[in-house]
Write a protein that binds this ligand. Structure first.
Ligand code: NAD
Length: 243
């Protein structure tokens, strides 16, 4: 794996879950991490981690994203981790749910990429990692219409950027986890009304016998940041769910 010492890594949605584990993993790998999120108090906990600086950033705001990137300056690696999960089938999906899923899961990634890509192209060097999921172009998952539609678009976005910019030193990859232990997953289990039954059902669909830890997905993000011959690909990390 390539040496990430001193590489500057911008991570969105880093206050909790996979984003937070990634901020810690990139920092352990020697990178200089700019960890961003809208949850200021939770994000501030990362200030204690060596090699991490934090910055409140709402990826739904073009002005805020452009300003952050201008102020940060040089960015070697962009990890687009922000995302939201909506429940429901296509018939149950409201226009508002779909709009919000597309806004946070897809358009926010496009926004950060548009902000960072010009400087990466100037240097002919940059790595972009987009958070997708197997509930995308990879696999249909019940009751995840808006999520699956939006995350399939993340795969399309990833392929499109690879097709246009690989010849100019840009590598871009998508990560597709199965189920990962995170605060929002626990919220979804609570929302079913029977936390324990939901937890068991989610574990039962993972052939490996458990759900993923955030640090396991974070390690894949660190790998992809330094994987110098990999681009335009979907990287599945799902405990055998789609095997
Ligand atoms: P999470 O859902 O628990 O946390 C999400 C974070 O995003 C929070 O810290 C929140 O404050 C932040 N956020 C929300 N809106 C934001 C905005 N506008 N700007 C900046 N930050 C914002 O974390 P998670 O479950 O680890 O999910 C992280 C990513 O991984 C998401 O894209 C999700 O779709 C994807 N993913 C998660 C799982 C899973 O099972 N947990 C599986 C596959 C993919």
């Amino acid at each position: 794996v390539a040496d990430l010492t001193g590489k500057i890594v911008l991570i969105t949605a880093a206050a909790q879950g996979i984003g937070r584990a990634s901020a810690e993993a990139f920092a352990r790998a020697g990178a200089k991490v700019i960890a961003t999120d809208i949850n200021a108090p939770l994000l501030a906990e990362l200030d204690a981690v060596p090699n991490v600086t934090t910055r409140v950033l709402d990826v739904l705001s073009t002005d805020a994203v452009n300003q952050a990137v201008a102020e940060i300056g040089h960015i070697d690696v962009l990890f687009n981790c922000a995302g939201v999960v909506h429940g429901g089938t296509v018939l149950e999906m409201s226009d508002d749910d779909l709009d919000f899923a597309l806004a946070l899961n897809v358009k926010a990634q496009i926004r950060t990429i548009k902000a960072v890509l010009p400087q990466m192209l100037e240097r002919q060097d940059g790595a972009i990692i987009n958070m997708a999921t197997v509930a995308s172009s990879v696999k249909g998952v019940p009751n995840r219409a808006a999520y699956t539609i939006s995350k399939a678009a993340v795969v399309g976005l990833t392929k499109s950027i690879a097709a246009d910019y690989t010849t100019q030193g840009i590598r871009v990859n998508a990560i597709c986890p199965g189920t990962v232990d995170s605060p929002s997953l626990h919220q979804r289990w609570h929302a079913t009304g029977d936390f324990e039954a939901a937890r068991k059902a989610f574990i039962a669909r993972q052939p490996i016998g458990r759900i993923a830890r955030p640090d396991e997905v974070a390690d894949l993000a660190v790998y992809l940041a330094g994987a110098t011959y990999t681009t335009g690909q979907v990287h599945i990390i799902d405990g055998g769910w789609t095997a």
